[in-house]
Ligand binder design. Structure first.
Ligand code: ATP
Length: 200
């Protein structure tokens, strides 16, 4: 790996859209949403640890994780959320490290991680890219594209790192308050810069 890029942004900011564009350009993208699902698949040690901590009630009859049940616990109880993260985050980090090694010596690896700031992972990246939109734009897009209620969108935004916390670790800020075409152009420019800095 010649350049380790951290990519983050608030819910509905357009992070997944940016990561897809970077993948098209040739980046190896590590998708932390996917890793978060993988580490709690049946048979994984993290799932057993979750069942032990939160009770069998967080499992469905087929042995898979009952996400709404677990979500209801950790969304209202900060200590429970910390316990959950203490189980899942190390497993997620291990997998990400494996995938990065598998990417080999050359190339640009993008850690596409909605919780980059919350996990304290920014310091392990050479470059941190933050996708940013004003909160009202975030809410409007979540309501429009994901059928979320406005209250739900606000609660989810409040549960994440703040815009200011993300800005504090950003090397590049992608303003995604314009059109998707503008975003495509901006990401194209960013990619060229990343390639230049990985060559130097
Ligand atoms: P999450 O954290 O929830 O996964 P995200 O940050 O990955 O969200 P996306 O899924 O990329 O966000 O984008 C959220 C929604 O906004 C999507 O429906 C996407 O198509 C739309 N969107 C992204 N960028 C723009 C834009 N510039 N203009 C209009 N809509 C956009």
């Amino acid at each position: 790996v010649t350049l380790r890029v951290g990519l983050t942004g608030g819910i509905g900011s357009g992070k997944s859209t940016v990561s897809a564009l970077l993948r098209e350009r040739g980046a190896v993208v590590i998708d932390y949403d996917q890793l978060a699902r993988d580490v709690v698949a049946p048979g994984q040690p993290a799932l057993a640890a979750i069942a032990q901590r939160f009770g069998e009630g967080v499992l469905l009859s087929d042995g898979t994780l009952n996400r709404p049940a677990l979500g209801a616990i950790v969304f209202t109880d900060a200590a429970a959320r910390e316990d959950l993260e203490a189980i899942t985050h190390p497993a997620i980090r291990d997998r990400a490290t494996q995938l990065e090694h598998a990417a080999g010596e050359d190339g640009i690896v993008v850690h596409d991680n909605p919780l980059l700031v919350e996990m304290g992972a920014a310091e392990h990246c050479d470059v941190v890219v933050v996708v940013d939109v004003p909160e009202q734009v975030q809410i409007d897009r979540l309501v429009r594209d994901r059928q979320m209620s406005e209250d739900d969108a606000r609660a989810r935004i409040a549960a994440q790192a703040s815009r200011a916390q993300r800005m504090a670790v950003a090397d590049h800020v992608i303003d995604n308050s314009g059109t998707k075409n503008e975003l495509v152009r901006t990401v194209g420019g960013l990619w060229d810069e990343l390639v230049r800095s990985s060559a130097s």
